[in-house]
Design a binder for this molecule. Sequence first.
Ligand code: SGN
Ligand code: CA
Length: 529
Amino acid sequence: MIKERRLLLVVPLATALGTYASCEAKEREPKKPLNIIYIMSDDHSIQTISSYDKRFITTPNIDRIASEGVRFTNSFVANSISGPSRACMLTGKFSHKNSMPTNLTRFDSTQVTFPKILRENGYQTAIFGKWHLKSEPSGFDRWEVLVGQGQYFDPIFITPQGRVTHKGYSTDIITDMSIEWMERERDKNRPFCLVIHHKAPHRNWMPNTTDIDLFEDVTFPLPDNFYDNYEGRPAAAAQEMSIAKDELDYAFDLKLNDPEIDTRLKENLTFALRRLDSVQRREWNRVYDSVLADFKARDLKGRDLAEWKYQRYMKDYLKCIKSLDDNIGRVLDYLKENDMLENTIIIYTSDQGFYMGEHGWFDKRFMYEESFRTPLLIRLPKEYRRLGKRGDIPQFVQNIDYAPTILELAGAPVPKEMQGESFVPLLEGRRPKEWRRSLYYQYFEFPAEHAVRRHYGVRTEGYKLIRFYGHDINNWELYDLKRDPSEMKNLYGNPEYKKVQEELHAELKRLMIKYEDFEEQDKRDYLGL
Ligand code: SGN
Ligand code: CA
């Protein structure tokens, strides 16, 4: 096979790259066209990536991305739920500006997105995997995306030519498609942007049968605030995403497939299991029938039952992560074998963070740390690694920054309407004096599954102010993140924090005006408009 690097060297730089946005970057050394691989999983928590947190699992392949590049230690989303997060990422705009405030809305695909601009600037673009924006993908030369949330086994994909079912496990299939496209379909004379969107580890956490025995003997540590009583936090008390309660379904989520166990989501398990072939089904039953037998024999109650559910949840979730990590390894190996690592930038992130039992929860949505944060690891080609120090980047970044960053990396123009900021200076090892010191957050999906109330807020390095509003709620929360990193004590109205509270209100108002978020009455009232 002809080596990638040689081919790229014959590409005239001007055609492939356009002009560089940053003059400083240009002066350092001439750059070759960079390929961009953007890998995003669904609901992958920071807690379950070993380069962030070693308590639960080792993820050697995801860690390779960080060890040959950078780890963002303060990476956040703008709206912690799938469709909205994907819209923020594609458009570089907050939810009130990008037509996708909730999973129930439909993405306006005529909007300006980074893949469209890349395409206009000489890049070939492709996406495989979860899309979840209702309207068809636009801006991609090649796309094949899951129907809605997609299935773990034998998933159905939408293509411009219609629907196709692929046999196998979704994480493997999405990886196969991506490698296949790099190997056989693209034009090897032009730079590319490949978007790989995994379904895993989204609910109901169905592992590949090859990983089904993993973690069965492991007991995971329970988070300190698993038995949170939500005192002083009415929105946290009103959620419906508790591991201990029936919201974590015995059949669908815990895979207890038994005629005596008749739950709200039992049918969903039945449908999901129909997609397994006889060999897969035998393996599945071998493990989950014995889990069921053990469950029945124990006759658990109260905290013992809650903790058993937590252990099962963790095992299944982590089995899905194992497959994800292996498949990311396959992509990295392919790039290495084909001499592409040094002209490709590899981004790994998730559409949001996730609760691994903190506050007693699964799911996301809240502006509390575990779901507001999202992993962000970037493998850098040598020319970037030489520019600055590798390792941790502590500055605040948010998923609205991805579009402008990717565009700048490709030497393409960044449209003014994008509200995020390119963090290329951080990737080049620069530490700009002026950088974002606070983050704005929005969540709109209520009434809806899991009953998380609408909210918005601001986070600074040390504090967080959140407003829950609409329907049955109207309250403020204030956290001292240094003293109370788990956000258990709402300090709003506490006289000791009077000055902090005032400053946070001023900052929140500044951000709302900066980002022009005044569509809802509650926000207009707050801003006095
Ligand atoms: C599904 C899940 C929810 C989850 C949403 C949003 N229920 O509706 O638990 O919060 O997706 O997830 S399920 O019974 O269908 O699994 S998101 O990541 O797509 O935003
Ligand atoms: Ca998600």
